[in-house]
Design a protein around this ligand. Structure first.
Ligand code: SF4
Length: 469
């Protein structure tokens, strides 16, 4: 029996999919290379963009048509808005919340083997002749519906990591921030911190197995522990414990976290990153807009000045850190002057990378009903202007690395042009001519010869053996 999983959206979903794979593989399912050879077809959905939702509909209609030719079961989980969930109930055999993952084997067994269907009609199980309705309560932004302990069994599922050297470790689920452009608090619910003992255990195991890159994941990662104040450690204490684990391990690895919120970014967290060698000197801190009025409208709950103070602290305490950000251009009502403040912010903060999104209303978000009144052509122009501004600083930073030797985590090998690709600690892409595929998943040193706007080119110098204290 084979399964196929379509994972849409962010790293959170990718991390969740590792736990879904584990549950299915425990049941005896094997991952299929293509959906055509699978008997079990699943989607981890993303509600951030309409495009992702459209993709779900196009897939499920295709899969339901395929049921006329072969027996298969379909399921959906992930970030699903309550309104979509009702529609998906009519299309998928199984609809469940991620917190219910440990029960997936039971759901599949209960469902049995599906009969062929006429597209757009309900499917029925041979066993029960009844469509399974697993999701009777919606996971909405209300802790009454999602008890803090309900996610626990999900976190206890051991993930099947997709990589042997890079891993994502969820430390929290949901979000309390309610940014007006975002639907996450409505799809994933309120913030719930994973017990720190479990996080430490998972990280410790990864270190023992020799993982080189470990990313702590959460929608609002640096508010970790705030929902359990007094009974759980803070985000800073969690980082300290992981930093200590690193020192005691005698291994080399980098620990990242994403995404933090400027409102919760305290100086002690920056001090901790500076203090511990295994905490990677790369910080991804979403700004979203360089104008205070737009930030208020986005309900970001911080000002540009507050953001500037954090950057000042990072530059003071970790001068070699790279800083990444997220920006939205063309948010509802954004004027030219307000956009120019974002351009100005780029001059001030000199980001090493900015993920710039053209605003599009996200179903389920507060701003969805607001006027999307910045014309598409203006949004595209703003995207172009900002990208060009960003290039000035990425180009400058990268060119300054020419002549230096950088430690690199090799992530892929391209056999067609005999090159290795990897990342520096600051997550700058690098390409190295080499036919040594065996270096994938290891740290090497490379001398930097050339740079472009967004990447480096270097020569292989030597491999780093794991050091022993
Ligand atoms: S902090 Fe804002 S953008 Fe991030 S997940 Fe929460 S609501 Fe969405």
């Amino acid at each position: 029996m084979k399964y196929f999983l379509l994972t849409l959206g962010c790293q959170m979903n990718k991390s969740d999919s590792e736990r879904v794979s584990s549950v299915l593989e425990e049941m005896g399912y094997v991952e299929a290379e293509t959906e055509d050879e699978a008997n079990l077809l699943g989607v981890l959905a993303c509600s951030v963009r309409q495009k992702s939702i459209d993709r779900v509909y196009s897939k499920i209609h295709k899969w339901n048509r395929a049921k006329n030719k072969r027996n298969l079961i379909t399921f959906i989980s992930g970030c699903v808005l309550p309104a979509d969930r009702t529609k998906f109930m009519k299309l998928f055999d199984i609809v469940f919340q991620m917190a219910e993952l440990p029960k997936l084997p039971e759901f599949i067994q209960h469902y049995g083997v599906t009969t062929g269907i006429i597209p757009n009609q309900h499917t029925y199980s041979k066993k029960s002749d009844k469509k399974i309705e697993l999701c009777s309560t919606s996971l909405v932004a209300d802790n009454k519906l999602l008890a803090p302990d309900s996610i626990k069994p999900f976190w206890n599922v051991k993930p099947t990591y997709h990589s042997g050297f890079e891993a994502f470790v969820p430390i929290q689920n949901g979000c309390d921030k309610f940014c007006t452009f975002c639907a996450v608090p409505y799809t994933r619910g309120r913030e719930i911190s994973r017990p720190s003992a479990e996080i430490i255990e998972e990280v410790e195991n990864l270190i023992k197995k020799g993982y080189k890159s470990i990313t702590l994941l959460g929608q609002n990662v640096n508010s970790y522990g705030k929902d359990k104040e007094g009974s759980e450690i803070s985000f800073n204490q969690l980082l300290e414990r992981i930093g200590e684990l690193g020192l005691a391990s005698g291994k080399e690895f980098w620990v990242y976290f994403t995404s933090p919120h400027p409102r919760d970014m305290s100086r002690d967290v920056i001090e901790t990153i500076a203090k511990y060698q295994h905490l990677a000197k790369q910080i991804h801190l979403p700004l979203q807009s360089g104008n205070d009025k737009v930030l208020i409208k986005m309900n970001r709950n911080h000002s540009v000045a507050r953001y500037a103070k954090i950057i000042e602290d990072i530059r003071e305490l970790i001068p070699n850190a790279t800083i990444f950000t997220d920006i939205i251009v063309g948010f509802s009502g954004e004027t030219e002057a307000q956009f120019n403040d974002t351009v100005e912010a780029f001059h001030l903060f000199k980001f090493n990378m900015a993920y710039i999104a053209v605003y599009s209303p996200r179903p389920g978000a507060t701003a969805y009903s607001w006027d999307d009144n910045v014309p598409q052509a203006i949004k595209k122009k703003r995207l172009h202007v900002l990208t060009e501004e960003m290039k000035k600083y990425t180009r400058h930073y990268n060119s300054e690395l020419i002549g230096t030797t950088q430690k690199v985590l090799v992530t892929t090998y391209n056999a067609s042009n005999k090159t290795l690709a990897g990342l520096t600690e600051g997550k700058i892409n690098i390409v190295i001519p080499s036919n040594q595929e065996k270096l994938v998943g290891t740290f090497i040193y490379a001398s930097i010869q050339e740079s472009t706007d967004f990447s480096l080119k270097g020569h292989y110098v030597k491999q780093e053996a794991d050091y022993v204290q």
